[in-house]
Design a protein around this ligand. Sequence first.
Ligand code: ARG
Ligand code: ZN
Length: 442
Amino acid sequence: MNLLWGFDDDVADKWDGSAKKVNYKRHQLLRVIPRTDMQVDDILAMREEIEELMFWTQPAKNHSADILVRPDLVPDVKEFLQLRGLEFVVLFKDVQKAINAQNPGMSRDERIELRNSKGHEMTFKRYHRYSDMLRYLDYLSLKYPELVEMLTIGKSSLGQPLKVIKISTGQLTKNGEVKPAVWIDGGMHAREWISPAVVMYTLKQLVENFRVNRRVVEGADWYILPVSNPDGYEYSHTIDRFWRKTRSNHESQDLESSRTLTSFLWGETCRGVDMNRNWDFHWGEVGASDDPCQETYAGPRPFSEPETKAISDFIMDRKDRIKLYLTMHAYSQMWLIPWGYTNKKAGDYDDLMSMGKKAVDALNRVSGTLYQLGPAPSLLYPTSGGADDWAKGAAGIKYAYTVELRDDGTYGFLLPASQIVPTGKETFAAIKAIAKAIVCKN
Ligand code: ARG
Ligand code: ZN
């Protein structure tokens, strides 16, 4: 990313007018599947040796490691892999071409026509900017005031609002009991564009398709945060397609480290925190970095980010009512259960698995998409400070899951916009099934 990677000459749009868009021309995406522990170690050694490599997925035995390689490093990397007998495939020969193909634009006329006819511009045919999403949220709350309420739960580091949509037909059941609540968030990792898109799609189903989904909508109060990291999300649209972290700046706390960084570098790679390592539960223990320049930087302290702080405060205030916590990520098609920070099984592992199974089965029935189900450490590797672990361990929400959406790596983060609706449909089926099972018991 950035500085080391090569920039376009044209200045990116006005959202960050001083910076230039990162160009991934002739960068290659390589897929390697280590089959032995030694091969995992070989890949880890290569990562140490060639710092500029960007791992889209982490090396783990019998799992594909997808590695983005700068053009000038391609020969070296391929040679390294060949020498160690590691087989690889080239997923993209020119990553920039795939970036350009992912998201079709919309003409000005189409935009104006949509706004006039529908009152918003959400099409689900493309990955929308944050402003389009906010306009759609406004539209929903104006059009369905009985059902929808907009809450601003805080602000990002750069001052963008964090908007939660509350969908509720009333806090009490017919019998006068307080209803359970469901929480869903998306976009914690900026580059995982399918996540906010699917959360927006879910919102649309619950609100605009209320009649069909009446039972689950009435069964709970729904709290939905489509973009929990709007700074990162916008940055991934305007400057660097593969940005993951927030855009905060913790320079002052961390400059003491021996690294000699120019302030320019600080303005680039070393900004931001991995939101999914920043939660105050076993923070910083495993699978997280204390180096601000790394993609999995856990932050200077738990909840250093205004985004994680705002979300956790909001959830804590309602922790006894929230019975299901879902956080949407991409990619690898996995329905992950806690714990993420340890190989130990949760005490109610069987409950988490059987509920999870309802979700992945319902998802699979829509168009055959296969998901793996289980804890992150056994399917991948342990990481700590994750939102799911915090929701379960600190807020006490029994059913907390991280969902890794499509795909299995054919496109990875560059999942074509034409897959938004199919992904939305199957994921909504899963959400509906698990929510029904948890909140509509009686
Ligand atoms: N890909 C996700 C991440 O790296 C997985 C998180 C799973 N949850 C966990 N607590 N480890 O953030
Ligand atoms: Zn993610």
